[in-house]
Design a binder for this molecule. Structure first.
Ligand code: ADP
Length: 246
């Protein structure tokens, strides 16, 4: 449907008989931010692996953008459809400038010869400038990525994913290791990104989830334990007992 970007329906996957994901159903709307919380081992990473094609579910459907069944596709094909994934650790090209990192991310495959003589078009320059504004790094565009703070490296990698123009951005614990002000800024920039794309954030830091202000799903034992605003989820007695009350 038009109001659904991603739809997991009755998804299960077992590792050696242990059900890491157990009849999980989730909907992500277009231009919605969704925070996924839950205790260690709840299945958050496995869920992301299923969406990106790294893990194939045993049963269930994963539908993207209305009609594409992701369970039939490999990781590269899924990425090309417009699903970007940000892992916890930043991976940027440290010995290149911030700007060049974005140029490399923007560059479409066009053969080694063309790549060697690549010069960005006016469109490319405008796009890179816009992305660097979004991720708060325009003033550091000529800096080597190695010289950025940990938080800025995370933003640069988010920028590199934006260069691929994803419809759905999956982000794994983006603020781990960030300063308080970087954490606040990250919440703001993810909210800005979610104005035009769907964003799913897996997160342990509840004060950050509060700053995101998004819908929250609490996973436990591979299924949805509770869903709603953070206040609703954290007032859920089962969540209090099983998770927040630890
Ligand atoms: P979370 O990200 O919420 O901490 P995971 O998705 O990493 O949870 O793990 C869910 C459960 O599945 C855990 O019990 C974990 O040990 C198990 N698991 C995950 N991946 C594998 C795997 N490749 N082989 C065996 N067990 C796995």
């Amino acid at each position: 449907a038009q109001d659904t970007m991603l739809y997991l329906d009755g998804v299960s996957v077992a590792f050696d008989g242990f059900k890491a994901i157990n009849n999980l159903s989730i909907i992500v709307r277009p231009t919605e931010m969704l925070a996924i919380i839950g205790p260690n081992g709840a299945g958050k990473t496995t869920m992301m692996d299923i969406i990106t094609g790294k893990t194939r579910p045993d049963t269930g459907d994963v539908m993207f953008d209305g009609r594409t069944d992701l369970t039939r596709l490999d990781e590269a094909a899924i990425a090309n459809l417009g699903i970007g994934r940000k892992f916890q650790k930043p991976t940027v090209f440290e010995s290149h400038t911030v700007w060049d990192n974005l140029e490399m991310a923007l560059r479409k495959p066009r053969g080694i010869f063309a790549a060697l003589f690549y010069t960005p078009s006016d469109d490319d320059i405008a796009q890179i400038t816009g992305i660097l504004e979004t991720v708060r790094l325009l003033h550091r565009k000529d800096e080597l990525a190695a010289n950025l703070s940990h938080g800025q490296k995370q933003w640069l990698e988010i920028g590199m994913l934006l260069a691929q123009d994803p419809k759905l951005l999956l982000v794994d614990e983006p603020v781990a290791g960030m300063t308080d002000s970087e954490t606040g800024e990250t919440a703001k920039l993810l909210r800005e990104i979610a104005q035009t794309r769907s964003v799913v954030v897996v997160e342990h830091d509840m004060s950050f989830v509060r700053e995101l202000g998004s819908r929250v799903i609490c996973l436990a034992e591979g299924a949805v334990l509770a869903e709603g605003s953070l206040d609703q989820v954290s007032a859920n007695p089962v969540v209090i007992e099983r998770y927040l009350g630890r």
